[in-house]
Design a protein around this ligand. Structure first.
Ligand SMILES: Cc1cc2nc3c(=O)[nH]c(=O)nc-3n(C[C@H](O)[C@H](O)[C@H](O)COP(=O)(O)O)c2cc1C
Length: 361
């Protein structure tokens, strides 16, 4: 038993579960993940990574339906003056069926971050995630995101302030370090845990790597070994094989994937060994997603956001040559009509792909 740093009472120790040689990835990922010393549980161990501009409410709604066990909102700034912009408000919209309702905050000032967390929980947020991993210049110039890996004491102060401001689990998402050689990510994870964070997500790249090269899940192992709270490994996980490799080389308690889910939110069902939607069902989900984007954002923004997602769907479908056509469409009605007109061709394409891969197997 250990004493929770903020809440003072004795709580059972989290027992990390590493993937056993004899266990399939699906078996492992299907296990619920106890969080907050067992007071909360994530329904499984495969999470959707936050991606600003992509993992919005319409996309997360689909990912949850296909089985994602955890997801946080796209990053929301803690700056009070930007709290009421349309963008911040849209990122804070909660999805009623998702549990826990988690929002990610970026910022550098402990008091402001704590105040944002308090406001979020007032709006019904059940989990606060802190961004210590974003390498974007816009974020790092403000000494936030991965820039904070150069100031572990500040990370401690931020986590401690947020943990004492709210009565919900607080997690952090970070990278392995400032460069591939240092261990700032592990130090940040330990500091965050000691300040009361209850889950760590670590992207196996350093701040200097940005998105270049391959993620190194073995660089996450040191953090897993040093922590008492659960850890999810992130970076370049796109299928069973990469999930297995990331789990085995990091010893992590679960995986988080971002780009691998773009254009295929059903990938969560695949990871979990659940029944996969047929091509016709997938096509219907794409139409549903398109509809959801138009209604969530309104027509102008919805049409623009839909371009990125439909591009991703067409790429996954093996028909990227159609993307250019779709980009030129300017209304919700045109986008729907365009998609519907391609239904038969898309289903035919999927059938040919399936028979070719069956023949190759
Ligand atoms: C377009 C884009 C936007 C992202 N936005 C965020 C964000 O808002 N918050 C965050 O913590 N990470 C963000 N990330 C990083 C991802 O969460 C994830 O760590 C990274 O993409 C590596 O995982 P993957 O290889 O599975 O995509 C973003 C990544 C991309 C590509």
């Amino acid at each position: 038993m250990i004493a929770h740093p903020e809440r003072g009472h004795n709580l059972p120790l989290f027992k990390p579960l590493t993937i056993a040689i004899t266990m399939s990835v699906a078996e492992f990922l299907n296990r619920p993940l106890p969080i907050a010393y067992g007071y909360q549980t994530l329904r499984n161990r495969v999470a959707l990574a936050p991606m600003a501009g992509m993992t919005d409410v319409p996309f997360r709604t689909l990912a949850w339906r296909f089985g994602a066990g955890h997801m946080v909102s796209e990053m929301v700034t803690s700056k009070p003056e930007l709290w009421d912009t349309g963008k911040s408000r849209a990122r804070r919209v909660l999805i009623s069926e998702v549990r826990p309702q988690a929002v990610q905050i970026a910022g550098h000032d402990p008091a402001t971050m704590a105040e944002s967390a308090r406001r979020l929980t007032g709006e019904g947020v059940e989990w606060v995630d802190l961004n210590f991993g974003c390498p974007a210049k816009k974020v790092c110039r403000k000494a936030a995101g991965s820039a904070l890996l150069a100031n572990i004491d500040q990370i401690s102060r931020i986590v401690a302030a947020v943990v004492s401001a709210v009565d919900v689990p607080v997690s952090i998402k970070t990278r392995t370090g400032l460069s591939l050689e240092d261990s700032a990510g592990t130090e940040a994870a330990i500091a965050a845990q000691e300040a009361g964070a209850q889950l760590v997500v670590m992207h196996g790249r350093s701040r200097a790597c940005r998105f270049k090269g391959h993620a190194c899940p073995d660089r996450v192992r040191e953090a897993r070994r040093s922590l008492r709270v659960p850890l999810l490994v992130n970076g370049d996980i796109v299928d069973d094989a990469s999930a297995e490799q990331a789990l085995k080389s990091s010893g992590a308690d679960g995986v988080m994937l971002g780009r691998g889910a773009m254009g295929q939110p059903w990938i969560f069902a695949e990871f979990l060994g659940l029944e996969m939607p047929t091509a016709a069902e997938r096509f219907d989900f794409i139409r549903e997603h398109l509809d959801a984007m138009h209604s969530f954002y309104g027509e102008d923004t919805g049409v623009r956001i839909a371009r990125k997602h439909i591009q991703a769907y067409l790429q996954r479908w093996g028909t990227p040559q159609w993307t250019g056509d779709f980009m030129g469409l300017t209304s919700a009605q045109q986008q729907h009509a365009w998609l519907l007109a391609r239904r038969e061709q898309m289903l035919l394409h999927a059938a040919i792909n399936t028979s070719q891969s069956n023949a190759a197997a």
